[in-house]
Design a protein around this ligand. Structure first.
Ligand SMILES: [Zn+2]
Length: 148
């Protein structure tokens, strides 16, 4: 008998952390995408901001910032899947919001009754992922140091 934490129709919170790009206001043009130029001869004109407009012209006025983002997704249990061979845990759920029958499978270990628990879990995950990445970079550096 496999125990499952949630039942059909339960509203749950899924906490996870993913690597993504967020867009922040460009510090050099304050989001306008324009540098207003005044020459010594008092001539004035606008040029595209050199920081955000050349490479990132689709997101004028914004610059990309990459990093891990902890997030919580509100879900409603639509079906319960048990697979004792699954390394990620025996129970997974399909949810109304993401498709039942076909759609995303959600790991039980990432799911909680409250938003606070899910966010705490996601934040832990964020810390773990950042530590993992720092460790990998440290190792890479050590390797390179040895080569030199
Ligand atoms: Zn800019």
């Amino acid at each position: 008998m496999i125990e499952h934490k949630f039942n059909f129709g339960d509203k749950v919170f899924h906490g996870s952390c993913s690597w993504n790009t967020t867009w922040e206001q460009c510090p050099d043009c304050l989001g306008s995408g324009i540098w207003h130029v005044i020459l010594p001869n008092k001539e004035e004109f606008d040029v595209p901001c050199g920081t955000c407009c050349d490479v990132w012209s689709t997101n004028r006025g914004k610059i990309p910032k990459e990093g891990y983002t902890a997030k919580v997704t509100r879900l409603t249990i639509g079906s319960i899947r048990a697979d004792t061979y699954d390394k990620e845990g025996p129970i997974k759920y399909m949810c109304r919001e993401t498709g039942i029958g076909s759609g995303s499978l959600w790991k039980e270990s990432d799911m909680f009754h409250t938003e606070e628990e899910a966010m705490a879990h996601a934040k832990n995950e964020e810390v773990r992922l950042i530590e993992d990445r720092d460790e990998r970079e440290e190792k890479k550096k050590l390797k390179e140091d040895k080569k030199n």
